[in-house]
Design a protein around this ligand. Structure first.
Ligand code: NAD
Length: 289
């Protein structure tokens, strides 16, 4: 039976280390990291994220500000808000809260965030650093997956890793991180399934990462004995939240498996905070503070 890979205890350990780091940084620099969340319009689903971010930031001594632009804000006004935050030296990191109203081009707004203030690690320049294997920040979900893998103590070197899902936010960056750690990495996606090859790839996986958004896509009997299974998927099935992997049968074959909910999710906000602190440190090194 697999060991459960729960995110919360790992998040707590990282939180304690980061809190200490912020105390030291503040003593050295006289200022704290300051994260601004830019929200455009109103959205109920963003409220939960904002509450979690505020709580996490404050527990670490990071200043947190929600800057809300009203419904009906123009693209030009939203772009100006980002440019103003870029120029404000007291703001050391920012995040664009998604979703934004339909008339706003979110990709364009995100792209305007200065790479050195990008808390989500999604700016092309920051993604480029992952490609080059020289990064201290990265997309939060991928960084969370890496923490879960590290917590198993299993070396990735030469392991067969299979990533199912090739989104810009999860599948692609985690694949690069696995390759940077010398895992032999295969990326599967919708075409892999459509041509009937998904099961064959999954069956080879010693490390399996699934980020698709389809409940039960990965069958338990595809899991190779002893595999590490990280299920990123979040699917509402009736009144339950389920992952992309058939948990009950997969659990009998894997060595480690993440629960859904409770695996990757609890680590993502703390990864956002770690990115925020890393950006602050980089700005301090560049004497920009
Ligand atoms: P996405 O929705 O942008 O893309 C889905 C990916 O799955 C694509 O690469 C697509 O080709 C692939 N795909 C679709 N159908 C497939 C099939 N039948 N077989 C194989 N591949 C298939 O992906 P995303 O934004 O990375 O989100 C994926 C899932 O992860 C969603 O359920 C999302 O809610 C969840 N998620 C969770 C967290 C977290 O913190 N736990 C964070 C981000 C995303």
């Amino acid at each position: 039976m697999a060991k459960l890979l729960e995110g919360k205890p790992i998040a707590e350990k990282i939180r304690a280390l980061l809190a200490q780091e912020v105390i030291e940084l503040k003593a050295e620099r006289g200022v704290s990291p300051r994260l601004v969340a830019l929200q455009i319009g109103e959205n109920a689903s963003s409220e939960v994220y904002i509450r979690n971010q505020k709580k996490a930031a404050e527990s670490l001594g990071i200043e947190y500000e929600l800057r809300s632009l009203p419904e009906g804000t123009s693209q030009a006004a939203a772009e100006k808000a980002v440019n103003d935050l870029n120029e404000d030296r007291s703001v050391t990191a920012m995040i664009l809260q998604l979703p934004v109203p339909g008339e706003i081009d979110a990709a364009k707004i995100s792209g305007l965030i200065a790479p050195e203030k990008d808390a989500e690690g999604m700016h092309p320049k920051n993604i480029g650093k992952i490609v080059l294997g020289k990064y201290s920040i990265g997309p939060c979900t991928s960084m969370a997956i890496m923490e879960l893998l590290v917590s198993t103590g299993v070396k990735l070197y030469g392991k067969e890793a299979v990533v199912v899902g090739h989104s810009d936010i999860v599948g692609k960056p985690i694949s690069l991180m696995l390759v940077n750690n010398f895992a032999t990495t295969t990326i599967c996606h919708i075409a892999t399934s459509q041509l009937g090859h998904l099961a064959d790839h999954v069956k080879r996986a010693e490390i399996l990462i699934v980020a698709v958004g389809k409940a039960g896509l990965i069958k338990g009997d595809w899991i190779s004995p002893g595999a590490i299974v990280i299920d990123v998927g979040i699917n509402k099935v009736g009144d339950k939240i389920m992952g992309d992997v058939e948990f009950d049968s997969a659990e009998t074959k894997a060595s480690f498996i993440t629960p859904v909910p409770g695996g990757v999710g609890p680590l993502t906000t703390i990864m956002l905070m770690r990115n925020t602190i890393e950006q602050f440190k980089a700005q301090a090194r560049a004497e920009k503070l």
